[in-house]
Design a protein around this ligand. Structure first.
Ligand code: KIV
Ligand code: ZN
Length: 396
């Protein structure tokens, strides 16, 4: 770890890790389920199979392939993904009804993810059940599911708006009935990191099974909350590629994994060098462009325009990049960009890379020209730069 970062950690947390860095956190990807619930996104079967293989290739531990009971097409898709025989466990979503669980089993999943609304607002306005009824349904459906499948995930939906006492009760019931993992969904993204950590710690004290989190991004806190859950002891995190999902989406895989790996030194099974490629594949299939300023995978994540920054990274990339995360680690490239803040060193380097070696006086004019053109709001590409250089050096 970078020495300066370590000093800050020691200052705030003492000379110990923030989390147990021996711990490995597993990655549950729900791009094909919650991700496909992104308004306007609909993957074809072929695209879903390609995404499933990509997720398998990059080391995801569990793939939520869909919601088999929701339609015959969805059922067939989940079944086909199961038949691919890929390495990750394949999970199917089910409401707390036996017929939904049966559809998951018929599709051939390795894990069934059973959910039930537990917050008062969702209980009364969606399933119209009391807390006592929810406890009874949970007990029955979890033991039924466990009799059919060795891996059972239970989600008290809207966990972060559920009365804490009722949340503990339902989690205990699910745990006793045989759930192998309990997922705590921040269904409408209202949690904050300082709420999420104690929430996970509280559930941790009350159940034996593993704990997972599923965070939505309504206030832009999905990744931060997911990391706070890991600080609180979560064993698994739910993510999607590019953070796609209902409304403002879910926690983004690239950001979540890189924070865990680079800052917390927590091991995941993800081949991080393939994160950018995976982001591009899903962006293409979902037809949702990745913003240039998207952390980790965006075009600008390792790009530098200002003279001071470019000069700095040419001397040592750690000057104006995190250092503990390099472009190579995520399958990216460092780029020096042309613009009105560009400096002489960057322009010289970019020209040298193209075997153009202007005299110092010519370089000053080239830089001034680049600044002048981009100052007028025009984009200056590398080929524009070569043209400007040729016109000034009299070559070309
Ligand atoms: O956001 C949510 O609560 C969900 C559940 C199905 C886990 O997606
Ligand atoms: Zn969700």
């Amino acid at each position: 770890m970078e020495k300066s970062l370590r000093k800050w950690q020691i200052a705030f947390f003492g000379d110990k890790s923030i989390v147990d860095s021996e711990k490995a956190v597993t990655i549950f990807d729900t791009t094909l389920r919650d991700g496909e619930q992104t308004p306007g996104v609909s993957f074809t079967l072929e695209q879903k199979i390609k995404i499933a293989h990509q997720l398998s290739d990059i080391g995801v531990d569990v793939i939520e392939a869909g919601f088999p009971a929701s339609s015959d097409v969805e059922f067939e898709t989940v079944k086909k993904i199961c038949e691919e025989g890929i390495r990750p466990k394949i999970c199917g979503l089910a409401r707390s009804v036996k017929s939904d669980v049966d559809r998951c089993i018929e599709a051939g999943v390795d894990m069934v993810h059973v959910f039930i609304p537990t917050s008062e607002i969702q209980r009364t306005h969606t399933i119209k059940k009391s807390h006592a009824e929810v406890l009874e349904i949970t007990r029955e459906i979890i033991s039924y599911t466990r009799s059919k499948c060795s891996l059972v995930m239970f989600s008290p939906m809207d966990a972060t708006r559920t009365d804490p006492k009722e949340l503990i009760e339902v989690c205990r019931v699910a745990d006793e009935a045989g759930a192998t993992i309990i997922n705590l969904p921040d269904t409408v993204g209202i949690c904050t990191p300082s709420m999420m950590k104690p929430l996970v710690e509280m559930v941790r004290k009350n159940v034996k099974c593993r704990i997972d989190v599923h965070c939505h991004n309504d206030f832009g806190l999905a990744v931060a909350n997911t990391i706070a859950a890991v600080e609180g002891g979560a064993d698994q995190v739910q993510v999607t590629i590019n953070g796609i999902g209902e409304r403002a989406g879910n926690a983004d895989i690239a950001q979540t994994v890189m924070i865990m790996e680079s800052i917390y030194k927590i091991k995941t099974n993800i081949i991080t060098e393939r994160l950018v490629e995976t982001s591009r594949l899903v962006s293409r299939f979902a037809q949702i462009p990745v913003l240039p300023i998207q952390p980790v995978v965006g075009e600008n994540a390792f790009s530098h325009e200002s003279g001071i920054h470019s000069h700095g990274v040419m001397a040592n990339p750690g000057t104006f990049e995190p250092g503990i995360m390099t472009p190579e680690m995520v399958g990216h490239r460092r780029r020096l960009k042309l613009g009105k803040h560009v400096g002489k060193h960057a322009v010289k380097q970019m020209l040298m890379d193209a075997n153009i070696n202007p005299k110092d006086s010519e370089l000053d004019i080239i830089v001034a020209k680049v600044k002048e053109v981009s100052g007028r709001g025009k984009k200056v590409t590398e080929s524009d730069l070569y043209e400007i250089a040729d016109s000034i050096t009299g070559t070309g």
